[in-house]
Write a protein that binds this ligand. Structure first.
Ligand SMILES: Cc1ncc(COP(=O)(O)O)c(C=O)c1O
Length: 430
């Protein structure tokens, strides 16, 4: 689409937005009654108005039935999980039996490494991105140590080249090729949390599996953000949190994908607990572990239905909006953001922003990370004062992510307009 540089044009885009009404389904943070421009969906998605009634429903079920709530009432807890898996599997491109909702992201990464990182002889290496989210680094380091191996020798990090911010695909593939006889696992994020770079998950998976390695992805910044085809890409496993683009609340329950070809493989180790036991015979309480079919067989504990509730509320909105339409709006909204940001930056005599997120639409999702070349922290503070909520990452990066379900084109226009003005103002201040 040919964008125009005017507030009127932004308003027209909003007027013709088929998802516009979904903003009303979220609680938008306000200061002194003034709604803020919330571009922090990459950090914590906003609260659906249906979250509170969904929690109350669980509480009422508990009040009315006690433990019988597992079987009775309008929404018996034993069936609750099925309602989450249907919309989620559409969002991550999986078969319903390949998805399980459980625990939180770091815990799930550990569980998946127990199953899919099985170093054997010299095939013990893990290839990952340099500067992955700290929790991922912690998971890898401690998993490797648990196997009695030295993280410095076993973990191979692929870095951006000198003077570059993002990792070239050819460098990832080359790292796999160079270590093809020694790699046990390739673990990447779908989208890097800092730069917003979207990795070619299909390409990485193909190359890694050709080399005989297993492949997993941390989709914290990708699930609910970009189009995913985990089943068709043949990914071995993936884990994500649901509090960012899936709007399910702080510390919300996590999600896991395990490809169906692994489900019946009894040689794959797993840490077990009774909630992963065969659902049909779980309550016979017999000795020995007999896993439930599918990804659900990786569960351990009784789920938190209070956490399920907010997740169900959020997924309900996504389902009603339609995943295809969410994707379409996301692309348009973010193309428009890029158009406006370029315009702001080009207008400056002295460039103030270096974009570290790839500009190519195939290599990014909603997030834009801006390396602020001068007085970044002041600019960030001034944005906050102007009612614009974005995110500051040391030493000098502002991250922001307008999201399709509750952000609009006029907000993008107002944000970029304010940013341009603030840059001019701060530049003239001594
Ligand atoms: C990429 C990535 N991995 C892992 C985590 C940790 O997730 P959790 O605290 O839910 O375990 C985060 C949290 O923001 C993240 O962004």
């Amino acid at each position: 689409m040919q964008f125009e540089n005017s507030l009127l044009f932004a308003k027209q885009l909003d007027a013709s937005d088929p998802l516009k009404k979904f903003r009303d389904e979220f609680i938008i943070p306000a200061v002194d009654g003034k709604e803020q421009i919330y571009f922090l969906g990459n950090s914590l998605g906003l609260q659906p108005k249906t979250a509170e009634p969904a929690i109350k429903e669980i509480l009422q079920q508990w009040a009315g039935y006690g433990v019988e709530g597992f079987f009775k009432g309008t929404d018996p807890w034993l069936k609750y999980h099925d309602q989450l898996v249907k919309p989620l599997s559409a969002i991550v491109g999986a078969l319903p039996q390949e998805v399980v909702v459980m625990n939180q992201l770091s815990v799930n990464l550990h569980l998946m490494l127990v199953s899919f990182y099985q170093p054997s002889g010299k095939r013990n290496k893990i290839i990952c991105e340099a500067k992955a989210f700290p929790s991922d680094q912690n998971v890898l380091e401690t998993q490797v140590k648990t196997h009695g191996l030295d993280p410095d020798k076993v973990i191979i990090e692929v870095s951006p080249r000198q003077g570059e911010h993002t990792i070239r695909k050819e460098d990832i593939l080359q790292a796999i090729e160079l270590n093809k006889d020694e790699t046990a696992l390739v673990l990447f994020s779908g989208i890097n949390y800092y730069t917003g770079q979207l990795f070619d998950m299909a390409g990485i998976t193909k190359e890694a599996q050709k080399a005989g390695a297993r492949v997993g992805f941390d989709l914290a910044h990708a699930a609910g953000n970009v189009s995913l085809c985990l089943h068709d890409w043949n990914v071995d496993f993936a884990c994500w949190c649901t509090y960012k683009y899936l709007n399910s609340g702080p510390g919300a329950v996590g999600g896991v994908f395990i490809h169906e070809r692994h489900h019946a493989d009894t040689t794959i180790p797993r840490f077990a607990g009774w909630w992963g036991y065969d659902a049909a015979t779980r309550f016979k309480m017999e000795k020995g572990f007999k896993p439930d079919a599918g990804a659900q067989g990786w569960q351990l504990s009784t789920p938190s239905f209070l956490l399920y509730a907010t997740h169900k509320a959020a997924l309900g909105i996504a389902e009603r909006a339609g995943w295809d339409r969410i994707q379409q709006k996301s692309r348009l909204l973010n193309d428009y953001l890029w158009f406006r940001l370029q315009e702001v930056n080009d207008r400056m005599k002295e460039r103030s922003i270096e974009f570290i997120t790839p500009q190519n639409a195939d290599e990014r999702g909603c997030q834009v990370s801006m390396l602020m070349l001068r007085r970044g922290r002041e600019l960030f503070n001034a944005l906050a004062d102007a009612g614009i909520m974005v995110d500051w990452r040391e030493p000098d990066v502002i991250r922001l992510a307008p999201v399709p379900l509750y952000n609009g084109f006029e907000e993008v226009w107002r944000f970029s307009d304010t940013l341009g003005r603030i840059i001019e103002r701060v530049k003239n201040e001594k």
